[in-house]
Write a protein that binds this ligand. Structure first.
Ligand SMILES: *Cc1c(COP(=O)(O)O)cnc(C)c1O
Length: 498
């Protein structure tokens, strides 16, 4: 407990990324023998602190604004202890009595947030043992996989039993694909690979300058695919891309999906939490027309690892995955394992249940607005600063930008105006190197952390390395943002001058 409290209370005591190299870590934790005898708990704690805690990432440091994982509210630590103490197994009612009902309740809440069917509907289905509105998962990856597994069975009935080869031989199709934008999360690739379509069968549609799928390109591709007799198994809308936080035009995608009779899945692992804010949820308009939605609790719902969910508009959709066995998951039982891809599962639903009770929609609204406020604050600082360039328009708490010292900005502008793309290209290549170096150095120094990625959508005709800030750490204060930029400017200038 002391170790945990120390970690929680002093997020700024140590460097964000401990001063240890990966090879050193490999040696430190490289012992291959399982200990013959147990040790006194004090010794184990001591070893735990020295080897593990002291060499971990201080995710909760308020200047850690690099990834989607962040510090969690204090009560989640208590909830986690509770979950572990109870050690329920959600797979079947015989190991999870009330906890099965909690999980079903949270699924109904999520479903209602997204699809908003009449109250009478939820009252009648919430604890109906024949209906699963969704699954609680270990994260967005399993959520996406589950949704696409259902979409596959829907598009190619019987494939679950028959397998891909026979199903396709019996059909008139030449191939099967999934449509998504270039910003699609790699978990969709995993899912499509596992489901037998082949990872290359995600047809990636280009995005515009705002990192949203280009609707006309999408329409063209659909016409082409239909001509080639290719089955479109599903279309993905991204509600908060991992790299830039932008949202695909969900209403338009839903309309196309309806016209073409394609399964429409929304990957809202990042942005789904905004459904909880009455003021902001409008940015997700169109999500209510989707067939399925994946959302992550351990991102913007501020739950600790691991929590995700997948929900389906049609309350019978998950029947397509339903399994039964004789010793558990008997027909007509409340066993949640009947529709989940995962088998034995932790009572993670309690995290969501507890957090919603503690914070309410109002509380979440405040947290999400604070994150957005931080994002706009950083955007303003970048726009005002002579040595930085913003590279995407922030929507949901993620902003990308890069260090471009004023002198190079002038050169770049001139080259652009003169239509001299060679010069542009050279300057950008140099800037790519500088920004990679800068990001690495900032991580090494350990005072603050932003991540980086590469975008092809910045308006330059080449890939641009960008810094990526994810502003969800509730301990971050606006004044820290200027400090972080300042550190980046100093590091950037050092790189240029050496
Ligand atoms: C994080 C993320 C995922 C994957 O979720 P995990 O919880 O890491 O499995 C999928 N899609 C998007 C858009 C994400 O941001």
């Amino acid at each position: 407990m002391e170790l945990a409290l120390d970690w929680l209370r002093n997020p700024e005591k140590e460097k964000i990324h401990a001063d240890i190299s990966l090879p050193e870590l490999a040696i430190l934790l490289g012992e291959i023998d399982i200990p013959e005898r147990g040790e006194h708990i004090e010794n184990v704690f001591q070893e735990c602190r020295e080897k593990i805690l002291d060499n971990s990432v201080r995710i909760n440091n308020p200047r850690y604004i690099g990834h989607m994982t962040t510090g969690v509210p204090w009560f989640s630590v208590v909830v986690d202890i509770l979950i572990t103490s109870m050690n329920q197994n959600q797979v079947k009612i015989e190991t999870a009595l009330a906890s099965s009902f909690v999980e079903k309740q949270t699924m109904a809440w999520m479903h209602r947030l997204a699809y908003n069917k009449p109250a009478a509907f939820y009252k009648s289905v919430i604890h109906d043992e024949t209906i699963a509105l969704g699954n609680t998962t270990s994260g967005g990856t399993i959520g996406n996989l589950t949704a696409l597994a259902v979409a596959r069975e829907k598009a190619i009935p019987g494939i679950r039993k028959l397998g891909f080869l026979k199903s396709l031989q019996q059909s008139e199709y030449s191939d099967v694909v999934v449509l998504a934008s270039q910003r699609v999360h790699y978990s969709i690739e995993k899912a499509v690979g596992l489901l037998g379509l082949g990872e290359d069968n995600i047809v990636k549609i280009p995005v515009d300058r705002c990192n949203k799928i280009k609707i006309d390109c999408l329409r063209e591709r659909i016409i082409q695919l239909k001509q080639d007799n290719v089955l479109i198994m599903a279309m993905i809308g991204i509600a908060g891309t991992t790299e830039t936080g932008n949202i695909d035009p969900l209403e338009e995608l839903a309309e196309i999906a309806r016209e073409e009779n394609i399964w429409f899945h929304v990957d809202a692992a990042w942005g789904g939490a905004f459904l909880l804010s009455d003021d902001i949820r409008n940015v997700l308009k169109g999500i209510e027309f989707s067939d399925s939605i994946a959302l992550d609790g351990h991102k913007l719902l501020y739950l600790p690892m691991a929590h995700g969910s997948v929900i389906f508009r049609d309350p019978h959709a998950l029947d397509l995955l339903r399994h039964s066995t004789n010793y558990i998951l008997r027909k007509g039982s409340v066993d949640l394992g009947a529709t989940s891809l995962e088998g034995s599962r932790r009572f993670n639903a309690l995290k969501l249940w507890f957090s919603v009770k503690m914070l309410g929609k109002k509380g979440y609204d405040i947290l999400l607005k604070k994150s957005l406020q931080l994002t706009w604050c950083l955007k303003e600082l970048i726009d005002k600063h002579d040595d930085f360039e913003s590279t995407s328009e922030p929507e949901l708490c993620i902003i990308t930008y890069r260090f471009v010292p004023a002198a190079m900005q002038i050169e770049l502008e001139k080259a652009k105006k003169d239509g001299n793309f060679d010069i542009c290209h050279k300057i950008n290549n140099r800037l790519n190197e500088i920004n990679i170096d800068l990001q690495k150095k900032q991580r090494e120094y350990g005072k603050s952390f932003v991540s980086r990625t590469t975008l092809e959508s910045t308006g330059y005709k080449q890939e641009i390395v960008v810094l990526r800030a994810v502003l969800t750490n509730l301990l971050t204060e606006t004044s820290f943002l200027a400090e972080i930029l300042d550190e980046q400017r100093i590091i950037g200038m050092e790189i240029i001058n050496t």
